[in-house]
Structure formats: structure tokens, C-alpha cells
Design a protein around this ligand. Structure first.
Ligand code: ATP
Ligand code: MG
Length: 352
């Protein structure tokens, strides 16, 4: 939608018919990722390619890269789609991460549990999102059972961090430099992002450090486009990087209304080789996610949000409202401290 508004023609390659993106695209090619004829045809229609999410086979991006510029590149996506490579990249470049071990069997898990010797989380290396593919583990747990429960060939065991709060920074980078949106504070429920407050109610000094970390990661990755850095903020203000996403991020959806340039526009600007837009906030804001659970009594009463002048409702048009599925979000602009409570109250009231 951002690219279209800027006058670009938008072509989508999707493996399923009628994906949400195709409704606002000029052309959609539907084919499996291993259909190189379709990929070659797709490449002929475009000047530059970007990705909507990181779980695209790297070979697809390598194939496209032989034909058109791809941002983020296959090497960036390779790292960000694999928790093992991501953690190793962060650690090897001196960015703060939770103590972790790579695990590929029950025996390795048992050894890793002994080494970390603390409450930990076992996370699948690939395809995890919204807390899926994660199991909480403690030193005494039976590694055989936990490993069987995870049911994945590769995983990361990482120490559970006793954070004070969670936050994220969205950093945009093009060929000439990088620019970070202000730090935003995130609250997760059941491993799923629930609310984001922007700017984060944290000392300026913490924000600056978080932006410096994000800029450093963007530079070291050499990403063109956006990189979102999820962070844990410890009680002493120090930061631990949780994970990376090389794309617009759920915690940045508020920028549609709060920022001088939205994260989506910024992504397109970076990917298309344009100068980055200003990232200052026009207004503080609060975003609440709308999960499928809200549909338990039927279609929610959206008027509750729509009647609030400073509230902006976004529904994604997904067909089926499953529990835990992100169906939309609402952003309230205005004084953040007051908006959080109001946003949560409104969300409760839409349920029939
Ligand atoms: P997504 O991609 O949707 O952000 P994900 O499934 O990849 O999520 P993570 O970001 O790794 O998962 O974890 C989800 C949430 O679980 C975190 O935001 C945090 O609240 C909690 N969590 C994850 N790892 C840790 C940790 N090491 N210590 C404490 N809490 C954690
Ligand atoms: Mg996460």
C-alpha cells in the first residue's frame, strides 16, 4: 500500500491464492517457491524485490538476486530466518545476547541444561513466531521428553532473562546511511505482542543506547531496508538483544499514524534507493493488537474503536479468526500514559 501510494507498480509472488497483499497489487503470480519458470517471469516484471517476511527459502532470493536487486539480501534473510545463525551473528559481533547453546538432540539438550544451569527457553531454530515453537525448561527437566515435545531437528536453548521491560527499535538503512525510529516499549502476552507504547517511557539515555545497538546491527548485517531489533531491558538499564526481523514489524505499526514517515514507507524508500524520511513522532501513541480471540461472540463491535476520534483501526482481512491469530490492530494517538488504559478498555468493549 505504501509503495502504491508512492506511484510504484507492485507485483506479488505468493504461494497461495488470494493472499492479503494481492488485493492491492497490480499483478500477483501464484506458484510454489521451487517453480523457477514462475520466479524468472516474476523477476522480468520488477526492478527491485523485497520480502514481506523472512521465512522464504533462501534459494528463491539467490535465484532472484541473479536477475534483480533484492533487499534485504539473501545473506541477511539467511541469518534472520534461523535463530542459530542469528544468535551466533550477534554474539560473534559483540552484541549482547542471552547465554545460549545450540542443540540438535536430547543428549545435547541435557548437556546444555547442565551448562546453563538456570531457567531457560528452548526455541526451534526455524519457523517460530508469536511464541510458537518454544518450551520453558528448568535444569531438572527430562531432556528426552522436552526434546520430543519440541519435535524439531535444531534448536537454541537460551537462558530466561529477568527483564524489567521489553522494547524494540526499527532501524532503516540505505546505501548512504541509517536512521532509527524512537525506541518503543512492548508488552507480550502468551508470547504474542499485546501492546506497544511509543516513545518508550524509558530514560533518553537507554533509548540512545538501544538505537546505537540497532544501528550497529544494521551496519554489520549490511541490510538495505528495515531491521527491527527486539530487546530486553534489564533492571539496571542494560540491554540484551532478543531477536531480529529484517522488515516492517508489528511493534512499528503505530508509525502509520504517529511518525513523520511510516515504517512501511521507510522500507520502500530504503529498498528503492530513495533518501530516508524523517522518523520523528508527530504524536505519542499506543498500539493494541487484535487477536482472533476477540471474535468469540461473533464479529466484534468495531464502532467502539471507530467512535473514538484519536483511534485508528486496522483490520487485515484475514478469512478465519483463530485464537491467537493477529487479525488487526488499533492505534490511539495522544498522551501515551492515558492511552494505554483507554486502548485496553476499548478492546475489552468490542467483544460481543
Ligand atoms: P516473534 O517473532 O513473534 O517476535 P518468536 O516466537 O520468534 O516471536 P521470541 O521473540 O523469541 O519469539 O519470544 C517471544 C516472547 O517470549 C518475547 O518477546 C519474550 O516476552 C519471551 N521470551 C523469549 N525469550 C526469552 C528469554 N530468553 N527470556 C525471557 N523471556 C523471553
Ligand atoms: Mg520476538
Amino acid at each position: 500500500m505504501a509503495a502504491k501510494a508512492m506511484g510504484y507498480k507492485v507485483m506479488i509472488f505468493d504461494t497461495v491464492k488470494d493472499g492479503p497483499a494481492s488485493s492491492c497489487a497490480d499483478l500477483t503470480i501464484v506458484a510454489p517457491f521451487d517453480d523457477t519458470d514462475a520466479l524468472a517471469r516474476f523477476a522480468m516484471t520488477i526492478d527491485v524485490a523485497t520480502v514481506e517476511f523472512e521465512n522464504i527459502p533462501v534459494e528463491v532470493l539467490v535465484f532472484l538476486e541473479e536477475r534483480v536487486p533484492v533487499h534485504p539480501s539473501s545473506s541477511v534473510v539467511r541469518i534472520c530466518q534461523d535463530r542459530v545463525l542469528e544468535k551466533e551473528f550477534l554474539r560473534d559481533h559483540g552484541f549482547p545476547v542471552a547465554p545460549f547453546r545450540v542443540v540438535t538432540s536430547a543428549a545435547e539438550l541435557a548437556a546444555a541444561l547442565g551448562e546453563l544451569d538456570a531457567a531457560s527457553i528452548l526455541k526451534t531454530a526455524v519457523l517460530g513466531y508469536d511464541g510458537k515453537g518454544q518450551i520453558s525448561v528448568s535444569p531438572g527437566d527430562d531432556a528426552e521428553i522436552v526434546w520430543a515435545m519440541l519435535g524439531a531437528p535444531r534448536a537454541v536453548l537460551e537462558k530466561r532473562i529477568a527483564f524489567e521491560s521489553e522494547a524494540s527499535v526499527i532501524c532503516a538503512r540505505n546505501a548512504t546511511g541509517s536512521l532509527c525510529f524512537p525506541l518503543q516499549a512492548n508488552v507480550h502476552r502468551n508470547g504474542i505482542l499485546d501492546t506497544t507504547v511509543a516513545p518508550a517511557p524509558l530514560p533518553q539515555e537507554v533509548s540512545s543506547r538501544a538505537q546505537a545497538v540497532a544501528t550497529g546491527i544494521a551496519e554489520k548485517l549490511g541490510v538495505i531496508g528495515l531491521i527491527t531489533v527486539e530487546l530486553f531491558v534489564l533492571p539496571d538499564g542494560s540491554l540484551v538483544v532478543n531477536e531480529l526481523a529484517p522488515r516492517p514489524h508489528n511493534s512499528g505499526h503505530h508509525t502509520l499514524e504517529t511518525a513523520m514517515t511510516s515504517q512501511f514507507t521507510q522500507h520502500i524508500r530504503a529498498v528503492c534507493g530513495l533518501p530516508l524520511g524523517p522518523v520523528d513522532l508527530r504524536s505519542p501513541g499506543v498500539m493494541v493488537n487484535l487477536l482472533g480471540d476477540l471474535w468469540k461472540g461473533g464479529e466484534p463491535d468495531w464502532e467502539v474503536f471507530l467512535k473514538e476520534p484519536g483511534c485508528f483501526l486496522h483490520l487485515y482481512g484475514k478469512e478465519e479468526a483463530k485464537a491467537g491469530r493477529k487479525m488487526g490492530h488499533a492505534t490511539l494517538i495522544g498522551k501515551a500514559s492515558e492511552s494505554v488504559e483507554l486502548a485496553l478498555t476499548l478492546r475489552d468493549r468490542v467483544v460481543r
